[in-house]
Design a protein around this ligand. Sequence first.
Ligand code: SF4
Length: 360
Amino acid sequence: MTTPVNLLDLTPAAAELALRAFAEECGVGAYRGSQAARHLWQAPVAGFADMTVLPAEFRAQLAERFTLPRPELVAQQASTDGTRKFLFRMHDGQTVETVAIPDDDRMTFCISSQAGCPLQCAFCATGAMGFARNLTPSEIAGQVRELALLDPPLRATNIVFMGMGEPLMNWPAVDVVLTTLNQPQGLGIGARHITISTVGWLPGIQALARRPEQFRLAISVHAPSDALRATLMPVNTKFPLDDVIAAAGEFDRRVTFEYVMLGGINDQPEHARQLAALAKRCKAFVNLIPLHPGGTMGFVPTSRDDIGTFARMMRKAGVEVAVRKSRGLDIDAACGQLRVERLARQRPALANENREVEIP
Ligand code: SF4
């Protein structure tokens, strides 16, 4: 007996080809395969049984040959600002987070690419929990699919790979996911609305640059000198800032710097000057990120006034800069926190914990 094929691990075009071939094999006509393919991403359904446009016998045959695995939603939180955070449990018990952030007519999903993270940035809750494994394509894109299956559905207009993990360390899976997110037969999200955020994993930046689509690149800089960055981000020893900035400069699309403001650590005038020089080297747009008070790991946030002064210095130096809004401040919306909080409880989630918590 052949092992069932996970359709969600394939690109949408490859899945449709496989489904069309199988439909012909079953004698129902290739078009039935295309009808089934529509229900993978464009009009997702929970399983083959729900593809009611198809004959019942063919649905049963599909369920024997293919799988549509789904993670289990084990917890969610809703912030008063509309941000929602979800914790999904994979088949082997690993849990990952997804955050949905509404903003005017945009709905940005922040998705995870690894369970845990091996890179151990000093200010990051995910790094502190260690690394479990890479997620598969279906587990990454499946986070977007799951939110579309909610009632009412949540549909992404924008995707950022800023959840748990370093996406470019998991390039083979992320490569497939980018296609799934972007292809018209997939989720149809424009490449310019999909941002891959990296600490500067050079082989991954080079692989991303080879893709023809206009995917966005965001570099988590967080410190403007090698000496300081090495103390906050151990990966800097492997890929020093200079090499990362050079790679960003060669990336022929818009690059953003992410810079989390750590009180008394990286928020001084000399840091603004150094950061502005780096940004100018690769024409980067700079996002200053107020530190989430709940995710401090011993760090304190820079005051709003000091962030404003820092931003003005950068602008004066000719750099485009924005101060990011803090979203979900009343929930655990800094990377890895919902999972950390749940692991700390040291017991599995109960069924009735799949609830929405409105925190005033
Ligand atoms: S900030 Fe990103 S790369 Fe660094 S430890 Fe956290 S998840 Fe990993």
